[in-house]
Structure formats: C-alpha cells, structure tokens
Design a protein around this ligand. Structure first.
Ligand SMILES: [Zn+2]
Length: 475
C-alpha cells in the first residue's frame, strides 16, 4: 500500500472503536457495487463523509461523576491501572461470576499489576467484548498504546497510567484526546462542587437529597440553618439554588434507583405533619413517606425552573449488580409523561434512554414539548441498542431535543473509550439512515453538530453559564 494511503488509513482508523475499522473502510468491492445500485449514495462515500465529520466534531459531555483533578493526584485510595476498569465493568465481572473477595482485591490498593491480572484473567474473556469492556480496552489502547490486556502487557499499562496521570491531565485527556468541549458533573455529596476547573467541569445541582429522605445532614448542615418545620426545609432548598443556581447547568436526580419517578403534585399541608414526624424520628408509613417526597420533589423542581435549570432524571437501567427490579423500570416512561404534563414549563431530560425500554422513551419525546432525552451511559450499556435508539429517534422525534453523549464515569481516562464508542455509534446510525434511504447525505451531515453539541449548548444555555461561572467567587 502506498505510504500516503497507509497513513490516511491509519489516521482514519484512529479515533474509532474496536469495530471501527471494518465500518470505516467500507465493504468489499462486490458489496459496494450491488449496494450502490440500490442506495441513492454509494455506502462507502456516505460513510467516509459522515465518519469524518463525526470524528472532527466536538462533544458536549452532559453527564459525568468526575472527581476533581487534585483528588486524583493527591488521593490516598487505589491509584493504578485498575481504575480504568473501575465502576461499571466491575459489575460485569461480578455478573460473570467473579467472587466478591477477588473483586475487592482487584480494585484495592496494594496488589501488583501482575497479581491483579491473575485475579482478572479468568473473567476477562467473558467481559472484554461488552460495552463496558470495550470502553476500557479502547481507553487503554488510545492512552497507553496497548492493544489488549494480558500477563505480558499489564506492566506496560501500569507504566502508561503513571506517565499520563500528571498535573494538567484532565484537560489533555478530555479536550485534546476526547475532543470534548466541557463536561457536566453530577456530585451527590456535596450537591455542588466548586471546581478548580469550573468551565471544563461544569456542575449540576444534585436535588435528590432535597426530597429523598430528605437528607437533612448532607443538604441541611452546609446551609447552617435551623430546621424545625417544613418551611425551614423549603428555606434550605432555596439556599442551595440561591447560592449555586446561576452557576449550575441543570438540576439532577438519580432517585429512580430507589423508587419509580411517579411524583404526584402534593400540597404542603399533606407533607408538613410527615416532615414533623421525621424530625422527631418517629416512623412514617410508606404512603406518608411518598407524599413527603412527592411534595419536596416538586418544590425542588419549581426552584430549578425559577432558575431556568432543566431537570435531569435517571431512567432505566441500574448500575451495580444483582439488585435491579426490572418491573419497576417498566413504569419510568409512563411516569415521565405524567411529569411532563404536570410541569409544562420545566424542561426534563430523561437519561440513559430508559434502557431497555427505549422505544417508550422515543414516544415520550415525540409527544411532549418539554421532554428531552440524554443518551449518557447508553452507548456502553448496550452499544447496538443505543445506535438503534438514535436511528429511530431521528426519524420519529424532534432532533432539537436529544443530547448524545455523557461518559457517566468517575475517572477521566474512562471517558475516552466511551466517547469513541459513542462517535462510532453516531456515525453508524447516520450512515445506515442514509444507506437505507431514510435520510439524504446532506440531512445526515446537518444533524451532526446539533446532536453532538448544538442542542446541549442551547438546552443548558452554556454561553451564558460560562460567563457566570467565570465570575464565580471560586473561579
Ligand atoms: Zn450517572
């Protein structure tokens, strides 16, 4: 192969996932010839244009749990290559049968890279091809130049990990390698982080503890307010929005891990006696607890809406293992309709495509003006379902209400693999829509900017937020 072609071939492969090579290089000649006679655009040509556009386009990353860079540099927790495999992939390992004590050791501080590999090795073949496994492998390849994990490569992966994790690596990994403009970080405790990199790590206000429980300590204590009535607790919620509302990009709740999102508008008079009982540490019934939470949910949502903050809600699949009640998740999309109807002025972002009930979520976005969808996390839960979701969404619901990427990770290295899987899925979805004759190549290309960053910039008013954040006391 001539050097020029080899280079362009290599650089076109770079930037896409493990499967990207086949997709991008197109089909064998005979397939192209027959497909070209059926489709308005030759597949390889459409793919080339779309993949190239998607590769060059920046993401707004609408959902992460990234800790501050200083915490990665100076923390006393585990600090080795296993962090690149931490979180979601650990759940796949347990589901594959890894014993809890091996799991604990693998993610602990202490064991050498080869000792850790021995713990991982029996389960690695079972998980290396899941979305979680592929994301980890792509990160390792892109960041450390190692194609796959093995006894022979773990030391090299560890050396790569240490070489990269230096002051300034957040910006390098996210912006230069991941082509990400900014992230939206969700921290539950504290509910808002005064970041040292505030325009790169933009923040949601976590509202979950304002109503679930509520969490008197984590949300009440920092305000320094005395809480002896429901009105006092409203004052606590007001305090958070007054302090951080102008700097936050959204309000966020992952309460769907605990109950359905069927929050019914409930008056203060119904919630007040229950709140009193809670303050006096008396027991309350399940119905009373629901009434209190429902009331406080809507109070927090009304504050978010006053502050022009969209409300992000977890829907669908659960992180972790051996605990997800699928029967409850089944009701998330139906309840999402009720929320949209109850608060037409509040933009809701339903996260994670409500996996596995994603058809239902498309119908919610098609019907309700204030229903938006956030594909965060979806690309690694099930890459093919996410691609399928995006294809169907784009020919069903308005294209201005979808945001397509959030890594949903704690460690910045992990975002790289997820972002490349998302780019591959977006490029494939658009290419297939063109090849199947649903979209013209021009229509497909025109969707790239809005779904990768334009919609997010508008929905979260990022220009305005950036200005406000630059003037924040901690900026
Ligand atoms: Zn999350």
């Amino acid at each position: 192969m001539p050097e020029k072609n080899r280079l362009s071939r290599r650089s076109s492969l770079k930037g896409f996932g493990l499967l990207g090579a086949t997709a991008l290089l197109g089909c064998p000649a005979e397939t192209v010839a027959s497909a070209a006679s059926l489709a308005p655009e030759p597949p390889t040509d459409a793919r080339k244009q779309i993949f190239s556009r998607v590769r060059e386009t920046t993401f707004i990353d609408t959902h992460e749990h990234l800790c501050e860079e200083r915490d990665r540099l100076g923390g006393d927790g585990p600090d080795d290559w296993s962090l690149v495999l931490a979180g979601y992939l650990g759940s796949d390992l347990v589901a594959a049968g890894m014993p809890r004590d091996s799991f604990g050791k693998f993610y602990s501080k202490g064991p050498s890279p080869s000792e850790k590999w021995k713990l991982l090795e029996p389960y690695w073949p079972a998980v290396k091809n899941t979305g979680y496994g592929q994301a980890a492998r792509i990160s390792i390849r892109e960041l450390y130049g190692v194609d796959d994990l093995s006894a022979a490569t773990v030391e090299q992966v560890q050396a790569g990990y240490e070489g990269l994790r230096r002051p300034g690596f957040y910006r390098h990994v996210l912006c230069e390698i991941g082509k990400i403009e900014s992230c939206q970080v969700n921290s539950s405790n504290p509910p808002f982080i005064e970041s040292a990199q505030p325009t790169l790590l933009m923040q949601d206000i976590s509202i979950v503890g304002m109503f679930a429980g509520p969490n008197l300590k984590a949300f009440g204590d920092p305000t320094g307010r005395n809480v002896s009535s429901l009105a006092d607790w409203h004052g606590v919620i007001d305090w958070w929005f007054a302090k951080y509302g102008q700097y936050a990009v959204a309000a966020k709740s992952q309460d769907a891990y605990r109950r359905n999102i069927d929050y019914e508008p409930t008056p203060a008079e119904t919630a007040e006696p229950v709140f009193k009982k809670k303050l006096e540490q008396q027991s309350v019934s399940a119905d009373e607890q629901k009434a209190l939470e429902d009331h406080l949910f809507w109070y927090a949502v009304s504050k978010a809406t006053e502050n022009r903050l969209p409300v992000k809600l977890h829907t669908g699949y659960y992180a972790g293992d051996n605990r997800m009640p699928l029967a409850r998740l089944l009701h998330n999309a139906g309840s999402a309709c009720d929320l949209c109807r109850a608060a037409p002025e509040t933009p809701f972002l339903f996260m994670h495509i409500c996996y596995p009930y994603y058809e239902e979520l498309i119908s919610v976005a098609k019907q309700y003006t204030n229903a938006c969808v956030d594909m965060c996390w979806a690309w690694i839960i099930n890459p093919l379902a996410a691609k399928d979701f995006l294809k169907k969404y784009l020919v069903t619901a308005p294209a201005n209400k979808i945001v397509t990427f959030g890594g949903d990770y704690r460690n910045v290295e992990q975002v790289v693999g997820h972002a490349l899987i998302a780019r591959q899925g977006i490029a494939l979805a658009l290419s297939e829509l063109v090849e199947e004759g649903w979209l013209s190549i021009d229509d497909a290309l025109a969707l790239v900017d809005p779904i990768m960053h334009g919609n997010a910039r508008r929905i979260f008013r990022l220009k305005e937020k950036e200005k406000a954040i630059e003037g924040a006391p901690w900026a």
